[in-house]
Design a protein around this ligand. Structure first.
Ligand code: ZN
Length: 488
């Protein structure tokens, strides 16, 4: 007993001397906790290669052998250029791409070397989905509000593994309680993509993301939280002060960007599509809190009014934008605002009863997709791609097929650059809050080793990404191979 007391006081003293507040936050041994802390000095969060941690390279003694993977004879799509290179070689050491060369590469003698003979196949960056909801993909909408949270977490874990095995090595999660899932993946408890979480979607009373039944009304300020809030799915905020609290709570838990809903939405039961929800001061409170923390706010918005108000408040990214008009597109381009958009699949509407209000709203939004992409191209808006798959394991299996749909507006090369190098630029807006120091979405020396080996040339046939089980013969994330059908 006395020993325990002594240990406890030693821990508290250590925390105080290290400048840490002894709060209820996860302990220092928790790798996922790095999301809120010292990102630049945090070792890459993998359990695979201990020697990849900073400092290991400078101490030669008694260090376990570093893992090296040499890809021989691969043509490279680097996530930037619209063409493949001639056959060359790529060496991964630890979790980084160390060398890219058209000539042969010597492998180090002091490493565990795996050689992959690419046989002229295409090596490309892992795919990035810029609009994902890791917790909301599999469960039907009704069970999300009623099912046991342990069950929902396990569903999302299984989905995360499948997501990675579809070649998506990173997802930008724009709403849902994904902090625990991210922590488990980063610790190597289960296989899944890197997650850039937003935490709870922040909405106004009745706005997009407010799924409360009327029986939960009226809410008294400071009163008990409802189911959607206690699970961390969405938070209701109705004043700049409330917004500030909810935003800071997400940041405290490791949100890498903040997501608000600035206008009405399809899936939510109460918000009309044409509604603008947060006021400009409310949006500005979120922007100020996020920027003070070193990151940014993105908003769900379809209409010109909602988009323009968000931009006026300092928001840096618009999710969707399907109902935008010419002047909105022009404004976005002038201000360098990101558009994170997707061609919604028709099946998404089928999550709702045919003819229902939500189904009707879906038709209205879907009809705007072509206009939005045409305007984005015309004004050269910085454009990211993400699926926004919700409540449908069937659609999740089509994640790559949905990417291939971009050929309605872009060349295969343009579409694949968007889903790799360009999406990574949007992720980089999280700055030092990202727990993954290093470049994502590109094949270049020094970048993080998230790689796919594709049986064929996706720049010639983008449909290859629609069937990852067959065509992605090797999937690597953070230097670790998760799938390899070339080896016997
Ligand atoms: Zn969404």
């Amino acid at each position: 007993m006395r020993d325990k007391v002594r240990l406890l006081s030693a821990v508290v003293a250590l925390m105080l001397s290290a400048g840490c507040a002894p709060s209820g936050a996860p302990s220092g041994s928790d790798a996922g906790g790095a999301a809120t802390g010292t990102a630049t000095t945090t070792p890459p969060q993998t359990v695979s290669f201990p020697a990849a941690s900073p400092g290991a390279a400078s101490t030669a003694t008694a260090v376990p052998k570093v893992a090296v993977t040499l890809f021989r004879s691969v043509r490279i799509f680097d996530g930037k250029a619209e063409k493949l290179t001639d056959p060359g070689n790529v060496m991964v050491r630890g979790n980084l791409i160390e060398r890219v060369s058209s000539g042969s590469i010597e492998t180090p003698a002091d490493a565990n070397v795996t050689v992959i003979d690419g046989g002229g196949r295409t090596l490309m960056p892992g795919l990035i989905d810029a609009h994902w909801h890791a917790m909301l993909v599999r469960p039907p909408v009704a069970s999300l509000l009623t099912a046991d949270t342990g069950y929902l977490n396990l569903l999302s874990g299984a989905e995360a593994t499948d997501t990675l095995l579809r070649g998506f090595t990173t997802v930008r999660d724009v709403g849902g309680p994904t902090f625990g899932l991210k922590q488990a993946i980063d610790q190597g408890v289960l296989a899944g993509p890197r997650i850039f979480p937003s935490g709870a979607i922040i909405t106004i009373t009745g706005g997009h993301g407010d799924f409360r039944p009327f029986t939960d009304l009226p809410r008294s300020l400071g009163g008990p939280l409802t189911r959607q809030e206690t699970t961390g799915a969405s938070m209701v905020a109705d004043s700049p002060d409330e917004v500030r609290v909810r935003v800071r709570e997400q940041l405290m838990q490791g949100a890498l960007q903040i997501k608000l809903t600035a206008g009405g939405g399809v899936a939510s039961p109460h918000s009309p599509l044409d509604a603008s929800t947060f006021t400009e001061p409310e949006l500005r409170a979120a922007v100020e809190a996020a920027e003070n923390w070193g990151t940014y706010v993105t908003v769900h918005a379809y209409t010109p009014a909602a988009i323009k108000r968000a931009i006026a408040a300092g928001v840096k990214c618009i999710e969707h934008g399907q109902l935008m008009d010419e002047s909105t597109a022009k404004l976005m381009a002038e201000r360098g605002i990101w558009l994170s958009i997707q061609p919604f699949p028709d099946e998404l509407a089928d999550a709702f009863p045919r003819g229902s209000e939500q189904w009707q709203k879906a038709q209205e939004v879907f009809a705007g997709t072509n206009t939005a992409y045409t305007l984005a191209k015309k004004y050269k808006i910085k454009t990211a791609w993400g699926t926004d798959i919700l409540f449908s394991p069937g659609l999740a299996r089509q994640q790559g097929a949905l990417l291939a749909e971009l050929i309605n507006w872009y060349t295969p090369a343009e579409a694949l650059i968007m889903a790799t190098g360009t999406n990574a630029q949007l992720l980089a807006m999280s700055g030092k809050r990202s727990p993954y120091p290093g470049k994502l979405g590109v094949v270049e020396e020094g970048a993080l080793a998230d790689l796919l080996l594709v049986d064929g040339n996706p720049l010639a046939d983008i449909k290859l990404v629609a069937d990852p089980a067959k065509n992605f013969v090797l999937i690597m994330k953070d230097g670790k191979i998760y799938k390899n059908t070339l080896s016997h």
